[in-house]
Design a protein around this ligand. Structure first.
Ligand code: MSP
Length: 663
C-alpha cells in the first residue's frame, strides 16, 4: 500500500466530436476504467480523464451541414459523449472539452512558454493536408491520398508559427533511453525510436485556414493546430498553469490507440520539454478492434455499437469480452459470435454457475450461513494454494496491463473449483457428523474461492463481482477493498448469505445476435423522418444520442430531401435463407444497372421460392451494411402491417421496367 495515497493520473484520448462512440472508443475508455478501479484497490488516489476534441475543420463543416453554430454543435455532441459514458458506467473523473475556458488558457500559456524559450518562429508552409486527420502529410505529392485514411489530400499554403521540433531529436532519444518504459509496448517503442532517429522536421502549430480553433493571442487570424490544442487537454484537466497545486501532473499513463502514438510520444513530450514542464511517465498504445479485418467506419457499414450489446448482455459482458479476447496492445477482430460464445461459456456457465451452485448448496445444507470448515484434505489444500498463487499472478498481470492473462488466471481457478465441486459431490453426502463436516469444508472452500475471485475480477466486472460479493454476505464496498490485504482464508464462518441474484442468464446465441443487430440497426438508422444525425464523420456511429445531438427539424421534409432517397424497381433473381438467422433472406436483385445482394427481414412471411421473378421497390442508395455477417447493399421496401409489423412487399399492378425510378 503506497504511503499517503500516492497519486495516479491516467487519460484516454479526447475523442472527436464529429462522431459518437463505437466499440473502439469504448475499448479505450473501458481499459482506463479498469486501471482506475484496480489502482484504487491498490491504494492510489486516482484521477482518470477523458473528454472531447472539439476544434478543427471537420467540426466547422459538420456544424455548417447541421445549420447551427459550431459552439452549439460541439456542446450537443460533448453532452452525448458524456451521457453515453455515464450510461455505460465509465464516467471520467475529469471530462475536459477543448472549448472549456480553462483549456483555452492552458493552450495559450503553453504556447507562450514555448515561444519565450525560443522554440517558436514564424514561417510559411505549403503541404498536402488531410482535413479528416487534421494533419499535414510529409512527403506527399499533390493528388495523393492520405496514407492513414485513404481520402484525398488538399494542397494548403499558410503562414504559420512553427515549433522547433528538430531541436528535440537528441533530448527525445535521451529521454527514451533513460525511460525505457515510456513507450509501450516495446514494438511501438522501437518504431518511434527509428522515426526520431530518422530526423525531425519543424512542425507548424498554428493555422490561418481554419476559423474554428483556439486563437493565438494577439496573432489573429492564427488559431492553434488541433494537435497542439488537443494534447494540452491532459494538462488543462488537472490544473493547467496551476498543475502543481493539484499534484497530478505529470500523467502516469496516457492510453492511446496505435494510430496516434507519434503525437503522444514525439510531439507532446517535445512541447512539454520546450516549455520546461514535466513529461508524462508512460504512453501505452493499444491495437484496434477490427470488423472483418477492417477498421470500423460508418461508410463501410461495419461499425459496432456498445449500447445494443449492453442492453442484451450487460456492460460487464462487454467489458469482459473486450479485455479477455484480445491481448492488450495487439489488434483484435470483433465478432458477435465470439462475444456471445464467451458470455455463455465463461460468464453464464463459468462464474455465474459456480456462484449460484455454491450459494444454493449452502442455503440448503447450512440454512444460508457460511459453514465452518472441518479437517482439511489434501485436495482442499491444493485448491487453497492455487487460489493464493492466483492472487499474486493476477496482480502482476494487472500491473503489466496484461488483462487477458489476468482474466485467464482467474478463470482457470474457477474451472478448478468447478471440477473440485464435481468430484467432491457435496450434494451426495449424508447427514452424519463426518459427512456434514466434509460438506462444510467443501462448501466453505468453494465460497472462499469465490470471494477471492470476486475481489480479483472487480476491476473488470464491477457489477457482477459486487453481486457475488454480497451474495457471500460481504457488506463493505468491494471497490474499496485493499488488494494488498487479499489472502486465502478470511471468509468468516457463520456469515449469512446475501440475497441470491441472477448473474448471467444463458442466452440463445442466434437469438441474441439477431437482437443485438436489430438494436444496432435501429440506432444507426433511426426510424422517423429526419434526424440523419448531424454528423458526417469518419469512423463514427449514429446512435440515438446522435439523434439527440441533431438540431431540431420540422416533421415535414422538402422535396429535395425526398429526392435524396433513390428508389428503383428491382426484380428478385434468387432468394435463400441464411443459416442462423431465422428472420433474414438473402436476395439477389436486378436493379437495372447491376445485380445487388440485399438482405431482407421477411423470412418468416415469404418462402424464398415464391419471390423469384417478383418486382419490388428497392432503396438503392443506402450505405451497405452487414446483417449477420452478410453484406446487404440496398433495402427492399415493404409495408409494416399489424402490431407484429408483418412485412408486406410492395408490388406493381401494371408492367414496369426493371430499374425505373420511383418518384
Ligand atoms: N481526437 C483525437 C485524439 C486526441 S488525444 C489528445 C482522436 N480521436 S478519435 O476519436 O478519432 O479516436 C480516439 C481513439 O479512439 C483512438 O486513438 C483509439 O484509442 C480509439 N479508437 C478508435 N477506433 C478504434 C478501434 N476500431 N479500435 C480500438 N480503438 C480505436 O484521434
Amino acid at each position: 500500500m503506497p504511503e499517503k495515497r500516492e497519486k495516479f493520473y491516467l487519460t484516454t484520448p479526447i475523442y472527436y466530436t464529429n462522431g459518437l462512440p463505437h466499440i473502439g472508443h469504448t475499448y479505450t475508455t473501458v481499459v482506463a476504467d479498469v486501471i482506475r478501479r484496480y489502482k484504487r484497490m491498490r491504494g492510489y488516489d486516482v484521477v482518470m480523464t477523458t473528454g472531447t476534441d472539439e476544434h478543427g475543420v471537420n467540426v466547422e463543416r459538420a456544424a455548417k451541414k447541421a445549420g447551427i453554430p459550431e459552439s452549439e454543435f460541439v456542446a450537443k455532441m460533448a453532452e452525448a459523449w458524456r451521457a453515453l459514458w455515464d450510461e455505460l458506467g465509465i464516467p471520467a473523473d475529469e471530462f475536459i472539452r477543448t472549448t472549456d475556458l480553462k483549456h483555452v488558457r492552458t493552450v495559450q500559456w503553453l504556447f507562450k512558454l514555448c515561444r519565450e524559450n525560443g522554440y517558436v518562429y514564424k514561417g510559411h508552409y505549403t503541404g498536402q493536408y488531410c482535413i479528416y486527420d487534421n494533419a499535414f502529410v510529409n512527403d506527399a505529392k499533390p493528388g495523393d491520398n492520405c496514407p492513414d485514411c485513404g481520402r484525398p489530400l488538399e494542397t494548403v499554403t499558410e503562414e504559420n508559427y512553427f515549433f522547433k521540433l528538430s531541436s528535440f531529436q537528441k533530448s527525445l532519444l535521451d529521454f527514451y533511453k533513460k525511460n525505457p518504459d515510456f513507450i509501450q509496448p516495446d514494438t511501438r517503442r522501437n518504431e518511434i525510436i527509428s522515426f526520431v532517429e530518422g530526423g525531425l522536421k519543424d512542425l507548424s502549430i498554428t493555422r490561418t485556414t481554419i476559423r474554428w480553433g483556439i486563437p493565438v493571442p494577439g496573432e489573429e487570424p492564427h488559431v492553434f493546430y488541433v494537435w497542439f490544442d488537443a494534447l494540452t487537454a491532459y494538462l488543462s484537466a488537472v490544473g493547467g498553469p496551476e498543475y502543481e497545486k493539484r499534484g497530478y501532473w505529470p500523467a502516469d499513463l496516457h492510453l492511446v490507440g496505435k494510430d496516434i502514438i507519434r503525437f503522444h510520444t514525439v510531439y507532446w513530450p517535445a512541447f512539454l520539454m520546450a516549455a520546461m514542464l514535466p513529461v508524462p511517465k508512460q504512453v501505452w498504445a493499444h491495437g484496434w478492434f477490427l470488423m472483418d479485418a477492417a477498421k470500423m467506419s460508418k461508410s463501410k457499414g461495419n461499425v459496432v455499437l456498445p449500447r445494443p450489446i449492453v442492453n442484451m448482455l450487460g456492460m460487464d459482458a462487454l467489458r469482459y469480452f473486450l479485455l479477455r479476447d484480445v491481448v492488450f496492445g495487439q489488434d483484435g477482430n470483433f465478432s458477435y459470435d465470439a462475444l456471445v460464445t464467451r458470455y455463455n461459456s465463461d460468464l453464464a456457465n463459468g462464474l455465474g454457475n459456480l456462484a449460484s451452485r455454491t450459494a444454493a448448496l449452502i442455503e440448503k445444507n447450512f440454512a444460508g450461513k457460511i459453514p465452518k470448515p472441518g479437517t482439511l484434505k489434501p485436495q482442499d489444500e491444493v485448491l487453497a494454494k492455487e487460489a493464493q498463487a492466483a492472487i499474486g499472478e493476477v496482480l502482476e498481470n494487472f500491473d503489466k496491463l496484461s488483462f487477458a492473462r489476468a482474466l485467464e488466471t482467474i478463470w482457470t481457478v474457477i474451472a478448478v473449483a468447478d471440477k473440485y465441486l464435481t468430484s467432491e459431490q457435496p450434494w451426495a453426502l449424508g447427514n452424519s457428523e463426518a459427512e456434514q463436516s466434509r460438506k462444510a469444508t467443501v462448501l466453505w472452500t468453494t465460497a472462499e474461492l469465490l470471494r477471492i475471485v470476486s475481489v480479483l475480477s472487480f476491476p473488470v466486472l464491477p457489477d457482477s463481482a459486487a453481486k457475488v460479493w454480497s451474495l457471500l454476505g460481504q457488506s463493505d464496498a468491494l471497490g474499496k477493498f485493499e488488494l494488498d490485504g487479499l489472502r486465502w482464508g478470511h471468509l468468516v464462518p457463520g456469515t449469512p448469505l446475501g440475497k441470491s441474484q441472477t448473474l448471467f442468464p444463458r442466452v440463445d446465441k442466434t437469438e441474441a445476435i439477431e437482437r443485438i443487430e436489430a438494436m444496432a440497426n435501429e440506432e444507426l438508422n433511426p426510424p422517423k423522418a429526419a434526424p440523419a444525425p448531424a454528423v458526417s464523420a469518419p469512423a463514427t456511429t449514429g446512435a440515438s444520442a446522435a439523434a439527440a445531438a441533431a438540431p431540431a427539424v420540422s416533421d415535414k421534409i422538402g422535396i429535395e430531401d425526398f429526392a435524396k432517397v433513390e428508389m428503383r424497381v428491382g426484380q428478385i433473381k434468387t432468394a435463400e435463407r441464411i443459416v442462423g438467422a431465422d428472420k433474414l433472406l438473402k436476395l439477389t436483385v436486378d436493379i437495372g444497372t447491376e445485380i445487388r445482394q440485399i438482405c431482407a427481414g421477411i423470412a418468416q412471411y415469404y418462402e424464398p421460392e415464391s419471390l423469384i421473378g417478383r418486382k419490388v421497390a428497392v432503396v438503392v442508395n443506402l450505405a451497405p451494411r452487414k446483417l449477420r455477417g452478410v453484406e446487404s447493399n440496398g433495402m427492399i421496401v415493404a409495408a409494416s402491417v399489424g402490431p407484429e409489423g408483418r412485412p408486406v412487399l410492395t408490388g406493381f399492378h401494371e408492367e414496369v421496367e426493371v430499374g425505373a425510378r420511383l418518384k
